[in-house]
Design a protein around this ligand. Structure first.
Ligand code: XMP
Length: 525
């Protein structure tokens, strides 16, 4: 195991990802975790991440007392990255000072020593790396030596081979450090002697074993399928472990996309053989949403209705099998459970930064169900990899994300007004199908249509019309936190706009959303 101690860098997840991409299992925990949390994981290598802090402040985060002695006496390799390097230097008796010149962005470094971390200079004497620091190591602790310097003369890499302590002032985990991945590879395999053997097949087998050891032979497990990748892969995995003691429910809330119910049910039943009950609750949801125009209120109403239906599903199952379901499957992912070190002054405490995420609305607390979260150590692309092994169809794995409240946040205002839902479904279908036909679906994070409760004047077939305006939104993004609008070819836009106005009754104007996030959000509500 390679353990990453997180000190709040925006790149910490990338370190975990890079190491897993080298087929080595890595986990990330808070940098200030107690020593017992570190030792219980028995890591062979510990990486101290970067962070927005300076070691000069009293409240800046640090590793636990006794960490260095424990690492040294157990032969554990330690690599400090950026703030991690500075922390190591300071805690071992060296000196860190505010750098004469700050180093932010692309920087040349020169490797001065034939050292293991650069594969004995195989990586190249000169490299371009990504720096992001104001402080620098001014005096190294005994036993350390400088192995690389920046073009400005600052310490860029250090090592203390005897104690197995290493440090990089730059960020090898970002793509702007082109040799960074190679450097991590040399460090892990040549310096630390780590074995590459972590495979998704093993993750699947281990998870199946855990589920089988957790769920008793007469226990029943329930799962709410949203039609998204995470809950589908989670349910497929649990089904592989315990078979039809898993009971899934898919709720048609009347806010789904064009033919969504038929399409996902076909995948669940025909391709994945999942035991799924489909509940058509569209009337129930839509009657509760009538007159609701506030976006957050829409979310609340939908969440509440979902809980009622899920409760009824669990109750019916109890009647049928004579025993309360004992477990609930959730498709929680690793980024949702990682506890990170918040920047000082952010007002966040560690416990506040642990997100508790529910794929399908908040579930009732009094259900007393124990959770099965088989994906909680995986990143999104690893979930897709697992899905492939579980034979989840490829187009399904690559689907764009769809929000829990569905089309309710894509029809502005009252969703039950006129035929707004129908219109947005048809426009969305034409838009998405055109994107697929143009072969650009996989280059886009999310694309969809939005219904605006606005009418404009048009002329169709020599007649004056007074019809609705729709807008098209397509964005690129890494994680949905920030996004940029996707730049379509003009010819594509011309064709889509024409198709929409010719085929969707009630629409005479098509607009395109050309705003990034921030300042906008991806959804309109
Ligand atoms: P925003 O609109 O906040 O969206 O920029 C970021 C990502 O989150 C999705 N989204 C939601 N997903 N329930 C969900 O399950 C919601 O209430 C919700 N609101 C937004 C959105 O589709 C995008 O992928």
């Amino acid at each position: 195991l390679v353990l990453i101690l997180d000190f709040g860098s925006q790149y910490t997840h990338l370190i975990t990802r890079c190491i897993r991409a080298l087929s080595v299992f890595s986990l990330c925990i808070s940098g200030t975790s107690p020593l017992s949390s570190i030792t219980s994981l028995n890591p062979k290598v510990v990486i101290l991440s970067g962070g927005p802090h300076s070691v000069h402040y009293n409240d800046s985060p640090s590793f636990a007392e006794g960490f260095v002695d424990w690492a040294q006496s157990n032969g554990v390799f330690v690599l400090g990255i950026c703030y991690g390097l500075q922390l190591l230097v300071q805690r071992l008796g060296g000196e860190v000072r505010v750098g004469e010149k700050q180093e932010y962005g692309r920087m040349d470094i020169e490797v001065e020593k034939n050292c293991g971390i650069f594969g004995g200079k195989k990586v190249g004497d000169k490299q371009v790396v990504w720096m992001s620091h104001g402080d620098e190591a001014a005096r190294l602790p005994d036993g350390f030596e400088v192995v690389a310097r920046s073009q400005q003369g600052a310490v860029a890499a250090v090592e203390d081979r005897g104690r197995k302590f290493y440090g990089l002032q730059y960020h090898p985990e970002v793509t702007h450090s082109p040799e960074g991945m190679e450097t991590l590879r040399y460090f892990l395999f040549d310096v630390c002697g780590v074995n590459a053997g972590w495979k998704m097949e093993d993750v699947m087998d281990e998870e199946i074993e855990v589920i089988n050891n957790t769920v008793a032979p007469d226990d029943n497990v329930i799962c709410a399928l949203s039609g998204g990748v995470d809950s589908t892969v989670a349910a497929t995995l649990v089904h592989k472990a315990i078979g039809d003691r898993l009971h899934c429910v898919f709720v048609d809330n009347g806010l789904l996309r064009y033919k969504e119910r038929e399409r996902v049910m076909e995948t669940f039943e025909r391709d994945l053989h999942l035991p799924v009950t489909c509940v058509d609750a569209s009337e129930q949801f839509l009657s509760k949403l009538k007159g609701v125009v506030d976006p957050e209120m829409k979310r609340k109403v939908i969440g509440k209705e979902f809980i009622c239906i899920f409760d009824a599903f669990a109750h019916e199952l109890e009647q049928k099998v004579g025993k309360k379901p004992a477990f609930l499957v959730q498709g929680t992912l690793y980024p949702d459970v990682i506890e990170s070190c918040p920047p000082p002054g952010s007002g966040r405490t560690h416990s506040h930064t642990i997100k508790s995420h529910h794929n399908v609305g908040g579930l009732p607390k009094d259900m007393k169900l124990k959770l099965i979260e088989p994906l909680k150590l995986l990143f999104k692309d690893e979930v897709r990899q697992l899905g492939r092994i579980l034979k989840v169809p490829e187009p399904f794995l690559k689907r764009h994300p769809f929000p829990g409240p569905g089309l309710a946040v894509r029809v502005l205002g009252d969703v039950t007004e006129g035929n707004a839902l129908d219109i947005v479904r048809q426009v969305d279908e034409i838009f998405i199908q055109s994107i697929k036909d143009a072969g650009i679906y996989d280059s886009i994070w999310q694309a969809f249509a939005v219904f605006l409760p606005v009418k404009s004047v048009g002329v169709q077939g020599d007649q004056r019309t007074h019809s609705y305006v729709v807008t098209l939104r397509a964005v690129t993004s890494q994680d949905g936190m920030t996004a940029d609008w996707y730049c379509f070819e003009n010819s594509f836009l011309k064709e889509v706009s024409q198709k929409i106005c010719n085929n969707v009754r009630g629409v005479n104007r098509v607009t395109l959303d050309i705003t990034s996030k921030p300042p906008s959000t991806i959804e309109w509500e």
